[in-house]
Design a protein around this ligand. Structure first.
Ligand SMILES: [Zn+2]
Length: 538
């Protein structure tokens, strides 16, 4: 006998299914992990209510599919989940106060670390704190203030633990910072980072799982139901499997296993051997999407056609020889995996399309969407047309531009910054585009990205307003188009009976929300596979 009952019934002001042409619905029923039915009548699914049905009667609410973040770094978010959230500080005083409060609840002598996703130019003082200032926050704990991947500031306690004095030799390719009087100021750059970081204890597996629980919960609280984690090592993936087993993942996770740092196909083959055991992932909560390559650097090393604004002899770096990258990408696709390659500057975009064009010519019949461009930051009309002709999807990250616009202007100048992530241009040329955050470089949050793509707002005002897109277009980049990028359009993206019940509930329709409120709007509920993941425990 067939069971027609529902596990969950939501009655709302509007259920936007995102099925093309379908009017807003008023009721949605879930059975197991799938959408069972929708109805234009709020009472239209009442026959499915039984003793086991949880009913949410929300006459003012709006229901949308849960969002995907198609390029983010959950693994980094998890590492940082326990760190002092200095990215929230707007002044150095606030920054120090956050550290001081953490010190008050941390046993003496234990390390205190900060989040890395902040920019000193976004602080009122427009500079990093100094060792002397950190000492005023605590002199009883070693403090590691980390900003991005290249810059640290530490307090005097940490300098002392590391044995760094004014006589310490500076490692080649590194900097040990000094103030105007020549005294240590706590700054460490690049190859000097290890002097202190080697002392910070690594997180054990249970702490990492705990970090994933917190971090995935934070994504879910903003309305994100699926993350595409774009650089995961095999060891990270094992931790994710353990976290999933422990019920600690509040979002679905799709991973790109990292080939970053590799320079030849032989190394990639070894990685692919390790990946074999994950090939037939059947758990819809976690699986491997493919392999990640990096062709150029980020903010300070993206490969450009024209020299940098700050240094006319420099135009960024390409990490791969094109011939070697063709071979490495082929090794991946011949084993049936997909490839996402980081290309940020316009030269990297052009060279990546050259590489992909050769791979496609030599491997006819590759499934659509096998080769993806991550970022495609600077992509003019000509390269966009090539990507479209070759069938190469692109993932863009407006939140990254928002947070780094001022820093990036220093490297690239205002014109190139205004041209970054040209969403309007991509859509007008019929490209397959989806959207993400690139956290920890940009902040994650479903509506934050919608706000950014519809307004082109950054920390230094509107940049490239001609590349703004509409709310409905932006919504699609995080739902229907994102599911397509992930090869899951038959499973997710619209609220269609038979598809996963990944949905968000909002107490006002984000579509009608003034843009300055849209930025920080969070859903009241996020469901993944019919399970309430946020608010947790309700
Ligand atoms: Zn990234």
């Amino acid at each position: 006998m067939t069971d027609h009952g529902a596990d969950l019934l939501i009655r709302a002001a509007a259920v936007h299914t995102l099925v093309p042409g379908q009017a807003p619905q008023r009721a949605l029923a879930v059975r197991g992990d799938r959408v069972a039915a929708v109805s234009p009548d709020p009472e239209g699914l009442d026959h499915m209510v039984s003793a086991r049905t949880t009913v949410h009667d929300l006459p003012g609410a709006t229901v949308l599919p849960a969002f995907d973040d198609t390029h983010t770094h959950l693994i980094h978010a998890a590492f940082g989940a326990h760190d002092v959230p200095v990215h929230r500080a707007r002044t150095i005083a606030e920054f120090l106060d956050l550290i001081r409060r953490r010190a008050a609840s941390t046993p003496e002598g234990e390390w205190i670390r900060t989040t890395t996703n902040w920019q000193e130019l976004n602080l009122a003082e427009r500079r990093m704190p100094t060792a002397a200032e950190l000492d005023r926050a605590t002199d009883r704990h070693p403090v590691l203030v980390k900003r991005g991947g290249h810059n640290d500031v530490v307090n005097t306690y940490a300098l002392r633990l590391a044995g760094i004095t004014e006589d310490t030799p500076v490692p080649p390719g590194g900097v040990i910072g000094r103030d105007a009087d020549g005294r240590l100021n706590g700054r460490l750059i690049d190859n000097a980072l290890g002097l202190v970081e080697r002392l910070v204890p690594a997180q054990d597996r249970s702490r990492r799982i705990d970090g994933l629980r917190l971090a995935s919960g934070r994504y879910a609280a903003t309305g994100i139901g699926t993350v595409r984690d774009c650089a995961v090592t095999p060891e990270d993936y094992r931790v994710l499997l353990a976290a999933r087993e422990a019920g600690a993942l509040h979002t679905r996770v799709r991973t790109l296993i990292s080939a970053l740092g590799m320079t030849g196909a032989a190394q990639v083959e070894d990685l692919l051997d390790v990946m074999e055991e994950w090939r037939h992932g059947s758990d819809p909560g976690l699986w491997v999407w493919g392999v990640k390559f990096g062709l150029d650097g980020g903010l300070e090393a993206g490969a450009t056609e024209e020299p940098y604004a700050c240094d006319h002899s420099y135009s960024g770096t390409l990490i791969w020889e094109p011939d070697a990258l063709v071979e490495a990408v082929e090794a991946v696709v011949r084993r049936g995996w997909r490839v996402g390659t980081h290309a940020y500057g316009d030269r990297a975009v052009r060279v990546l399309l050259d590489v992909y064009e050769r791979v496609l010519a030599r491997n006819p019949g590759l499934p659509a969407g096998t080769l993806v461009m991550e970022h495609g930051g600077l992509a003019g009309p000509e390269q966009r047309a090539r990507a479209v002709a070759l069938g190469i999807p692109v993932t863009i990250q407006q939140p990254l531009l928002h947070d780094t616009a001022e820093v990036e202007e220093g490297f690239w100048g205002p014109e190139r910054v205004a041209a970054l992530f040209p969403a309007r241009g991509w859509l007008d040329q019929d490209a397959q585009v989806s959207a993400g955050s690139d956290f920890p470089v940009g902040q994650f949050g479903a509506t934050r990205s919608l706000w950014g793509m519809t307004t082109r707002q950054t920390v230094i005002g509107v940049k490239g307003p001609e590349h703004a897109i509409t709310y409905d277009e932006a919504l699609a980049l995080h739902t229907t188009q994102a599911a397509r990028l992930l090869g899951e359009e038959h499973l997710r993206g619209t609220l269609t009976p038979g598809r996963f019940a990944d949905l968000t509930v909002w107490d006002r329709d984000p579509a009608d929300c003034p843009s300055d409120l849209l930025r920080d709007l969070d859903p009241t509920h996020t469901f993944v596979g019919g399970r309430l993941v946020t608010p947790v425990g309700r």
